[in-house]
Design a protein around this ligand. Structure first.
Ligand code: ADP
Ligand code: ADP
Ligand code: ZN
Length: 215
């Protein structure tokens, strides 16, 4: 079963993807994580995308499709979770072709619905464990009082350079202009499901579990 988690920045895609990995052994393919890895390892591609990402704009289709192609060709999995990909209609068409080449199908595109005000609050309060990537939130999911990651025990946490209000404005505009048409795209393909992303994390997990079980 392959699924797409579709939603604006801060909708909870990463949080839910990690849960599916843990519970179902699916493989998370986050283009955002792949691009950040490319930046920290100092590759040519990482250097090219750094400024674009910090501004909150989308990197080119060519780059992200290349990253996904490589993963699909080299990874076998009990289902992929596409987290933050596709983000444009061109990427969506390319994903359809890549899956067909691999003899795979898309089970569902799950749109996580949240309102814009909640997104600003969530993003400006987000941090992650520097070691395992567990996602925290100053308000809704604080780092444990002993300062240790509940998942791996690390005491180092980080905040993303693009998690500020200025960059978020651009990211939201990019989402509405280029990514939100994918909701209609997957509806027309009969693949769209929606969940209330404003519900608490456990409720969203339950809604997604139901969709994955039924897809
Ligand atoms: P968020 O978790 O806030 O939705 P991501 O971690 O998915 O953000 O992405 C961070 C940044 O990486 C984006 O603002 C964009 O610059 C770039 N990026 C990630 N995925 C894609 C994609 N599929 N297409 C183009 N750019 C992407
Ligand atoms: P995305 O990958 O879509 O950008 P994240 O999973 O990183 O989103 O979540 C963004 C922020 O919102 C994080 O700080 C996370 O802890 C918090 N968060 C995620 N889901 C929920 C939820 N259902 N309710 C409240 N806060 C949430
Ligand atoms: Zn951790």
């Amino acid at each position: 079963m392959n699924i797409i988690l579709l939603g604006p920045p801060g909708a909870g895609k990463g949080t839910q993807a990690r849960h599916l990995v843990e519970k179902r052994g699916m493989v998370q393919l986050s283009t955002g994580d792949m691009l950040r890895d490319a930046r920290t390892s100092g590759t040519e591609m990482g250097k090219i995308v750094a400024d674009v990402m910090d501004r909150g704009e989308l990197v080119t289709d060519e780059i992200v499709i290349g990253l996904i192609r490589e993963k699909l060709e080299t990874t076998s999995a009990n289902g992929f979770i596409f987290d933050g990909f596709p983000r444009t209609l061109g990427q969506a068409d390319a994903l359809g072709e890549l899956l067909a080449e691999e003899g795979q199908e898309l089970g569902a595109a799950i749109a996580m619905e949240v309102d814009d005000e909640a997104l600003v609050e969530r993003i400006t309060a987000r941090s992650t464990c520097a070691s395992c990537g567990e996602v925290y939130n100053d308000k809704t999911k604080p780092i444990p009082a002993d300062g240790k990651c509940s998942n791996c025990g690390s005491t180092e946490f980080k905040r993303r350079a693009d998690d500020n209000e200025e960059s978020l404005k651009t990211r939201l505009m990019e989402y509405y202009k280029k990514t939100s048409p994918l909701i209609g795209y997957y509806y027309a393909k009969g693949k769209l499901s929606t969940v209330d992303g404003l519900a608490d994390i456990a409720k969203v997990q339950a809604s997604i579990a139901k969709i994955v079980d039924e897809a």
